[in-house]
Design a protein around this ligand. Structure first.
Ligand code: HEC
Ligand code: HEC
Ligand code: HEC
Ligand code: HEC
Length: 134
């Protein structure tokens, strides 16, 4: 009996792990809440663009830069415990309430996130190609 239950539990755990792994597979990774990471210490004099040049250039040309939505507005301070490696929907929601509401309610949007259609740092309409690396 105990073995049987242990086995059932084991299978459920395996299934859970399998589904969990499968859930991580799609390139579309934006979650409801941000994924928090510990950022390395930034040497004095360095700015975000020193090390993230390509992203900085994309952002700089975007409506976000034009409207003062800085890196830290979405990601937080690099020294903060809740620094967001990947900002979630809740981050976008503070300024784009309608779009997030639509994403959550519209059946067409099922399985999609903001970054499915808008590249993370240009956020121009219609994502044309998956950005390479970085
Ligand atoms: C001295 C170099 C350096 C500077 C300056 C720097 N970063 Fe980073 N950053 C890194 C490295 C290295 C990583 C980890 C490797 C990677 O994912 O690119 C990283 C990772 C990140 C990530 C998470 C990537 C992920 O996959 O989760 C974000 C977001 C980020 N940096 C934002 C910033 C912001 C915003 C600034 C400016 C306030 C900044 N960084 C300044 C080197 C730097
Ligand atoms: C409007 C919000 C927003 C702003 C402003 C923003 N980011 Fe991001 N950033 C995101 C999102 C969302 C992701 C996650 C993308 C994904 O899940 O594919 C991300 C991901 C990243 C990553 C991880 C690597 C990658 O491309 O996925 C780095 C590094 C990064 N941002 C750096 C920066 C830097 C540096 C700036 C400022 C020059 C900046 N971000 C400004 C929303 C933002
Ligand atoms: C602090 C406020 C703020 C946050 C947070 C924010 N945005 Fe924006 N966003 C703006 C402003 C301001 C504009 C420019 C005016 C407009 O189009 O509404 C803009 C414009 C945009 C545009 C239109 C780009 C274009 O070409 O017209 C997209 C797409 C976008 N944001 C997506 C996002 C996504 C996705 C997130 C979350 C990762 C996010 N924004 C987070 C303020 C914000
Ligand atoms: C299925 C693809 C798709 C998804 C997912 C998506 N968008 Fe959009 N978005 C678009 C298109 C296409 C436009 C251009 C609409 C137009 O011109 O009428 C747009 C336009 C915008 C604009 C410019 C203002 C406007 O309403 O025209 C903002 C801001 C925006 N989206 C934010 C977001 C945010 C935030 C998310 C996540 C909650 C998101 N979008 C998810 C396709 C998408």
């Amino acid at each position: 009996m105990n073995n049987f239950r242990a086995c059932l539990f084991g299978s459920a755990l395996l299934l859970f792990l399998f589904l969990g792994a499968a859930g991580v597979q799609p390139a579309i990774a934006q979650q409801d809440q941000a994924t928090h990471i510990v950022h390395r210490l930034i040497p004095a004099g360095d700015t975000c663009s020193t090390c993230h040049k390509a992203i900085y250039d994309q952002w700089k040309a975007s409506p976000h830069a034009a409207n003062g939505v800085e890196c830290t507005v979405c990601h937080g301070e690099t020294t903060a415990k809740d620094f967001a490696g990947k900002p979630g929907l809740s981050t976008c929601e503070t300024c784009h309430t309608d779009q997030v509401a639509q994403l959550k309610s519209d059946p067409f949007m099922k399985g999609r996130t903001c970054v499915s259609c808008h590249q993370a740092h240009t956020f121009v309409e219609h994502k044309t190609a998956a950005p390479a690396g970085q």
